[in-house]
Design a protein around this ligand. Sequence first.
Ligand code: NA7
Length: 541
Amino acid sequence: MQGVTQQSHTVENSNPLDVVVVGAGFAGMYMLYRLRLLGLSARVIEAAADVGGTWYWNRYPGARCDADSIEYSYSFCEELQQDWRWTERFATQPEILSYARHVADRFDLRRDITFNTRVSSAIFDELHSTWTVTTEDGEVLHSRYVIMATGCLSVPRIPELAGSDEFSGVQYHTGNWPHEPVDFTGQKVAVIGTGSSGIQSIPVIAQQADHVYVFQRTPNFSVPARNAMLSNEFVDWVKSNYGAIRQKARLVGLGSIERPTESCFSVDEQKREQRFEALWAAGGPGFMFAFTDMMTNLDANREAVAFVHDKIRSIVKDPAVAELLIPNDHPLGTKRICVDTDYYATFNRDNVTLVDARATPITGLVAQGVRTTVQTYAVDSVVYATGFDAMTGALLAVDIKGKGGISLRQKWEGGPRTLLGVATADFPNFFMITGPGSPSVLSNVVMSIEQHVEWLSGLLAFAQNRNARVVEAQTAAEDQWVAHVNEVANKTLYPLANSWYLGANIPGKPRVFMPYVGGVGAFREKCDAIARDGYAGFTLN
Ligand code: NA7
């Protein structure tokens, strides 16, 4: 027998729970709500002091969602979506966190959540078909099921820079920002990284700091957000049409984004330009869906690339700075497109300097600041906007052992393998919400969370009805799913970029395209077909 070794809390005498859920972000909260409906006992373990997940931690200046707030919210409760009033097109982090807290209060979720506690291991006991979950504080829980609701972007990554201990100022990571306000007034600040977090925070920090040095290794594509306050008329319209808006989003992704019907070269140059202009003026991530073939046809993508290059040149006054900001190593959208407010214009400010960290890489920190191969930049604070160990980081941070003592880290050595991103063979009664192999980060993730949670609730109800003690993904079904995920990814331009979708931002991480790119509608259909087929691909005993 592999697994349980804790002598003081044996499975036999500990009155096991039905489910341990790890994480109380949007996924963990809704999972708990649904488990209660199934009549299952559950405990949620959360590292933070409150609910909210990524929105609890990412408090950096300018942090906001890049999906429309009316869609980046739960749809499962009509009263909830009618009562809550979003104020801005793209909600700020504090507003999203208030929403998460409101949901926790409204459904009295906190009574089943243990906060300030991190799970260190989860070990499957084959004899009893239960899991033993141990926290870093040494608490041991036993449960029939473990559900990882640990988020796709929840393990911040700080590059190992020589001399970081010697730096005399303060170092921050955007994904683990202090809870007290940070005041950069009068300071010289280094921001390392120009992904979404850097692009959102740099304009805001620049308004406060004495000087900002932006260390850019790879320029990214960013489109204007055109954020605005939501009018009462618009909100009223949304609330009267919420059913249809949600339904559309379930089938095509972000429902508020009008999907194209034409391919790029089926229209003439003038019409193409007009469409790009209209989407640029409308703001938001819809720009990357200008034509049907933007993410599959390199020539079509190049048209959008050229348009954005021209925009950058027209906004940034110093031509040398503009050239440096121009992304030229990946097709548009193959790294997550950034959505900004005044990002490029910020480089016209006298107190902002762009440092080419590719031509002159950062070699480390010294007491006074950041050192590159050519000079030292004296700064008071360093902001790492250097991203996350995405999609698998939080799962593999926990020591998870399944059948025969196999660890998830071993099994996923060559990259994650899942069935539908929800389960993995040899790990019975173990599930993930929006795991690798599901649309997750390529979709409106709250909507994808709802889909996964509801589908998994159906599977657990099915197991309950059959008195099954064990639910496990079959290896053959998993192999087929992994092959399908790769096949659809390889038909697109996505694998052409060194993105965190592929794990390329983490040295040594296997290069595997992790999210499912086939679309939320197709994914939902496949999941539903499997359910209709008696959860084909899963073994229930
Ligand atoms: P990202 O998108 O992973 O961006 C991280 C940035 O940090 C990126 O520009 C990196 O450059 C840069 N980076 C990382 N290490 C270094 C070093 N050592 N030197 C210089 N620059 C470095 O993370 P974000 O937090 O911005 O966004 C993640 C997601 O969160 C986002 O897509 C949204 O979905 C929300 P590189 O490209 O590796 O050259």
